[in-house]
Design a protein around this ligand. Sequence first.
Ligand SMILES: Cc1ncc(COP(=O)(O)O)c(C=O)c1O
Length: 367
Amino acid sequence: MIKFKTHLKSLVPYPPGKTVDELKRELGIKGKIYKFNSNENPLGPPDSVKKLIKDLAESVHLYPEASYIELKKKIAELWNVSPEQVVLGNGSDEVLEFVFKALINPGDEIIVSQPSFLMYEKFGEIYGATIKKIPLNEKLVHDFNEILNNITSNTKAIFIDHPHNPTGQVLSRKEWEAFLNAVPEGVLVVIDEAYGDFIEGQDVPLGIEFLKKGYAVLIVRTLSKSYGLAGLRIGYGITHLEVAKILDSVRQPFNLNLIAYKAGITALEDRDYLKKSQKLVFEGRKYLSSELEKMGFKVLPSQANFIMVNFGDKAKLIYEELLKRGILVRPLGAYGFNSYLRISIGLPEENVYLINNIDEILQRGEK
Ligand SMILES: Cc1ncc(COP(=O)(O)O)c(C=O)c1O
């Protein structure tokens, strides 16, 4: 008998959001599927990248340049760091995995919020880490005090998604500073800014500011959300030179494919697309929040491209009725939030369609 690692026996794989094809098959829906469930960019990919992909078709028999230097330079330029401080991943998921590959021995501790982005836990399980899960505080925000209270001499890394998934909530500069000042030396704080481009307002800090102040942080970013390239899998980390060097040393030589490498450069240069994505999200989340609040539901203040809404005892009805109409939102029962649904921001007309459908479901439910 083959003896696999015993700690993998209980591993449950990450449950990904369903694709349009899967949904059509499973629900027998012929018409349009409205995807408010996976925090993807409803604008579709940037035109600049679509054109590039066509041009690159003639080159995919070649390996990409393994140093990925042009993309690293582009990212370095954006954040005013050196290219050697940039680590590239096949999606930001892979950058997160580098932390485990490079840092975590079986039995080492990591700290995550409960709930938060599930891959921190999944990688923790795969790499045999002891995972400390700290519940969000009463405002459903990362509980920095409790996280600090749970640090031990075995703690290697703390994962903070900021904005947080699934609430979309953030913490202030003052809260971050107090937290980072209290984290002991030798513990890496991973600031996951998958939704960082959707933060509005000066009071909410970006991780780069703490990196530049010398804190032991790794900032993780992705081109899956604000740049509309989830299917290409491009993510990156920015950190101190010595950390970046180690993280970079555990990657496969060609972890980004040729198209992702070149498309990353093109997308980061396409500032118009980024601005359009941001505007869409800023306006869409305002519209959706205000319409749902008018209906009497509590919406958490989100700085991400989704909102988390408390539908009370109507959550199940709304989820199921929307599903029948080919409109998908994300139920949060698995996270322990039975009365909440998470809704990704869509195109303006899609948002209106969603609101009209919820309104109609409620009206019918009351008859
Ligand atoms: C908080 C957070 N981090 C990271 C990711 C991973 O993104 P990707 O691997 O597409 O870059 C996601 C995806 O949904 C996320 O929500």
